[in-house]
Ligand binder design. Structure first.
Ligand SMILES: [Fe+2]
Ligand SMILES: [Fe+2]
Length: 141
């Protein structure tokens, strides 16, 4: 999976940086031999935890209306990653390799185009609203 600025960039720096790292990690996992795969899968798990908790923080700061739905998706995928990482760290790579190639890649493309893109649009709207109209702290983007 290659990063394509025109397709993947959402215009919110923090999110774009994270998504660029995510696609790079997935690309490395696809090309990895068995010994590197386990190490990289552990990295993907850590990276995803930070990715999802950062988006959760942005959603709360900006009072994103679809927080529950979006975070539910993050939790579901993170749960799958945790389970797969257990197998991977015991040397069982087959399922995780298939997941990285198809399930995770397809999930990311769809999630980016729908939920993350809606969040980015909301952050840009909120970021442009003058602070005095809401009285609330605005996110620094
Ligand atoms: Fe994301
Ligand atoms: Fe997300």
């Amino acid at each position: 999976m290659d990063w394509d600025e025109a397709t993947h960039a959402l215009g919110v720096d923090e999110m774009d940086r994270t998504h660029r790292e995510f696609t790079a990690l997935v690309g490395m996992l696809m090309a990895a031999d068995d010994s590197d795969f386990a190490m990289l899968f552990g990295k993907l798990l850590d990276h995803s935890r930070q990715h999802f908790s950062n988006e959760g923080r942005l959603m709360r700061i900006a009072r994103f209306p679809a927080l529950g739905e979006h975070e539910g998706e993050h939790h579901r995928v993170y749960g799958d990653l945790v389970q797969m990482n257990r197998a991977v760290q015991k040397g069982r790579l087959l399922l995780a390799r298939a997941y990285v190639k198809t399930g995770l890649t397809e999930w990311f493309a769809l999630h980016l185009a729908t939920m993350d893109s809606a969040l980015a649009a909301h952050l840009k709207r909120v970021g442009e609203a003058p602070a005095k109209t809401t009285g609330a702290a605005l996110p620094v983007l």
